[in-house]
Design a protein around this ligand. Structure first.
Ligand code: NIG
Ligand code: FE
Length: 409
């Protein structure tokens, strides 16, 4: 057992509802607090002095100066395993070129597929670990990572094996997801329905056999997979025992409905979701995940996060870090900006990047600082937690702890 503190404030996020709007006065804030840690878990969060009195001989890890403490963040949607770079897409898009023009000049998702296929496992491992370390330095200790730049048996498995290998080099928790249904690859001979069948028959059984992922994702959009074929694909993936998640309503509305109908764990993007669909989604247990990094990368509107929360939905916020639409990777900056445009309270932002996004990836053992939860937390040199989002990501984490152990940043 050890006691860590004192912290000027500990924002525990305890006793908050999984769904719907939140105001900052609902937050439990322990002033001059301490965390009692046992076996990598939170035993007690309370006043530092009380804990010291209660456990007079305990080992103390002293916190110097004024610091605040938050649960570590959970980034529930990323594509950080990739080769290459799409800075030229970004420049072309900003010069007014269309999606088609960018694709024709060698950009788009297909470009990342070619670079990822060409990269060795060692190269992919090295770059994914660099990105993971960057995310840890922001205070993110749980990271979902998708495949989806391989798009054939060999390369999808290569990506998922790299993610599995990366897990052996990091203390952060990686949550792998099979996104072979990102796009029908140009070299696939057959219809998109046949490609989905190929995933079900050739890729997913091997993913299961090697225990490479428990989750399956699909991009439902005019340029990717159509609603009906996607729905039957998702249902079959579920029958095989996979959890499901959907890239939904990014440019056109409708696919979030399919996510709900198949009982997907989350529907992510939702920039184009219309009111009727918002209400449908908000009444379900499917998490609505906003990806402000994609709005910022593409210059598109933000996910209607305010409406989703007001309608009672479960709102998570994730980075979508990928080489095309969301190259920034800084979830704290993105969530802070989403808050200003969508008028989110600090409590709603915090919930969206902690216990609500943890729920989206089925990890309910983390995301708050209450008894029994994983002792993953982040500290900042400031006297008030509001400063973290006020500075929109420029206030750097002072320390990041995983299972009660301070990480070297
Ligand atoms: O989440 N929308 C589809 N997929 C990614 C983009 C991937 C890419 O452009 O490489 C996304 O935004
Ligand atoms: Fe994505």
């Amino acid at each position: 057992m050890k006691l860590i503190g004192p912290f000027k404030q500990i924002v525990t996020l305890s006793n908050l509802p999984l769904r719907g709007k939140l105001s900052d006065d609902q937050l439990e804030i322990i002033v001059d607090g301490g965390l009692l840690i046992e076996d990598g878990k939170i035993e007690i969060s309370d006043s530092f002095q009380n804990l010291k009195n209660q456990f007079p001989n305990i080992e103390i890890e002293n916190i110097e100066g004024e610091q605040i403490c938050l649960p570590a963040f959970v980034d529930s949607h990323t594509h950080i395993c990739f080769g290459g770079n799409r800075a030229n897409d970004f420049a072309m898009r900003n010069a007014g070129k269309s999606y088609l023009e960018i694709a024709e000049s060698g950009g788009g998702i297909w470009s990342s597929v070619q670079h990822t296929r060409a990269a060795s496992e060692e190269e992919l491992l090295k770059t994914i670990l660099e990105r993971i370390n960057f995310l840890i330095s922001l205070g993110i200790t749980t990271i979902e990572v998708k495949s989806g730049y391989g798009l054939d048996v060999e390369n999808e498995l290569k990506m998922l094996r790299v993610i599995k290998k990366a897990q052996t080099f990091t203390k952060a928790t990686l949550v792998p997801t099979c996104l072979s249904a990102h796009l029908k690859p140009r070299d696939f001979q057959g219809s998109s329905e046949e490609y989905l069948q190929y995933i079900l028959e050739e890729i997913l059984p091997k993913v299961k056999e090697e225990n490479l992922a428990k989750r399956v994702d699909i991009f439902i959009e005019k340029s990717a997979f159509l609603p009906e074929e996607s729905k039957s694909f998702l249902l079959k993936a579920k029958e095989m025992g996979f959890e499901t998640t959907v890239h939904a309503d990014q440019f056109t509305s409708g696919s979030s409905r399919i996510a709900v109908e198949v009982g997907a764990k989350s529907a992510d993007h939702l920039e184009a979701t219309i009111d009727e669909e918002i209400n449908f989604l908000a009444k379900s247990n499917t998490v609505a995940t906003a990806l402000p990094g994609a709005s910022l990368g593409l210059g598109e509107k933000f996910t209607p996060a305010r409406k989703i929360l007001d309608a009672g939905g479960i709102l998570a916020i994730a980075s979508d870090w990928n080489p095309g639409s969301a190259p920034m990777g800084n979830l704290i900056t993105q969530a802070s900006i989403l808050a200003t445009f969508e008028k989110l309270s600090t409590a709603e932002v915090l919930a969206g990047i902690t216990f609500r996004s943890a729920y989206a990836v089925n990890l309910e053992d983390r995301g708050t600082l209450e008894k029994g939860k994983k002792a993953d937390f982040v500290t900042f040199k400031t006297d008030n937690f509001q400063n973290v989002f006020y500075h929109q990501g420029s206030l750097k984490a002072a320390a990041v702890y995983i299972e009660g152990e301070k990480q070297i940043l």
